[in-house]
Write a protein that binds this ligand. Structure first.
Ligand SMILES: [Zn+2]
Length: 329
């Protein structure tokens, strides 16, 4: 399988994240990169397709913030990574504010997603890896893998969160539509709900989105991913903590059957290995050997398929988990 990765994606080096009342070492760190690359063997460096595909999904104000936030943070006399600490509540009127803390709050929904000096560079090349793999899928009508890092599925049109800054699955879906595909299926199998992807495509007819994830009543991102959000082109299948393959497989079949009803002509898989039993921030019980049958079931849809990487933080097992998943295609 052709795999895409750019070394500039290493430039994002968050030191810490804030949750559960304290600062913790960042779970989305460089060790993930080495683990996944070791499992892939060779990768291809994507060509630079520029900003046009990014602008189909993300707004200019938000993109300006991603690019400038760390410089402004330093100019404000701060050190280290930029973090928001104040957020507008639902229904608060939109304001045009200039202080960096206000801008960060306007475009964030958590305190786990800092912006460092290399965040923009890494995110930009992560998008290009996704677009490179998409080109391979479209040209050759088969499956390709983009090692997108940092992840993307929590990022909305104008907000970051969940270690995500630019939404690769969404950007690739829009690019596939621009290339002439007519209906894109997105299947999100990360442990966490793909809230950004859902937000971006809710109400659309040309993109359908199914997500299997931990019940947001107990797990991040809490405010999205509930079963009753399954309306129109959205299907959410929340599962309880402790879910193993026996419980996961029927949900996967349900999601695939539902996606197939819309007769998509291209599939994008948001693959997260944080469903693994050893994941330090998650609570499912999938085993490394479960990812191959998961992938075979997805491959049975018979669609040209782009796989993008989302989460997966059990570094010791991460390479084997990715290799097991890709082997199923
Ligand atoms: Zn996740």
């Amino acid at each position: 399988m052709r795999c895409f990765w750019d070394e500039r994606q290493r430039a994002h080096k968050p030191a810490a994240e804030f949750f559960n009342g304290g600062l913790h070492p960042a779970a989305e760190h460089d060790g993930r990169v080495d683990a996944v690359l070791a499992s892939l063997g060779s990768t291809e460096t994507p060509v630079d397709l520029g900003m046009e595909p990014v602008r189909r999904v993300h707004g200019d104000d938000y993109l300006d913030l991603l690019r400038d936030a760390h410089d402004e943070w330093l100019a404000a006399g701060r050190e280290g990574d930029a973090f928001p600490y104040t957020f507008p509540i639902v229904g608060r009127r939109p304001l045009s504010l200039s202080r960096i803390d206000a801008r960060l709050g306007q475009h964030s929904f958590d305190t786990s997603t800092p912006i460092g000096p290399g965040t923009w560079e890494a995110s930009y090349w992560s998008v290009q890896a996704a677009l490179g793999a998409l080109s391979a899928v479209i040209e050759e009508d088969r499956t390709a893998f983009a090692f997108t890092r940092p992840p993307g599925h929590h990022a909305g049109r104008d907000y970051l969160g969940g270690y995500s800054y630019l939404n690769h699955a969404a950007i690739a879906a829009e690019d596939a539509l621009a290339a002439g595909r007519t209906r894109i299926a997105i299947l999100d199998v990360d442990y966490h709900h793909g809230n950004g992807t859902q937000d971006i495509f809710a109400g659309r007819e040309d993109v359908i989105f199914a997500s299997i994830h931990a019940d947001p009543s107990t797990d991040y991102p809490f405010f999205w991913g509930h079963a009753d959000e399954s309306v129109g082109n959205i299907l959410n299948l929340p599962l309880p903590r402790g879910t193993d393959w026996n419980r996961y497989e029927p949900a996967l079949t349900h999601a695939i059957d539902w996606l197939e009803e819309s007769a998509p002509d291209l599939l994008i898989v948001s693959y997260g290995a944080d469903t693994h039993e050893a994941d330090p921030i998650s609570h499912f019980k999938l085993k490394t050997s479960d990812y191959a049958p998961m992938a075979r079931r997805i491959a049975s849809m018979g669609l040209p398929t782009l796989i993008v990487m989302e989460g997966g933080y059990a570094v010791e097992a991460l390479g084997d988990n990715v290799a097991s998943f890709l082997s199923g295609f």
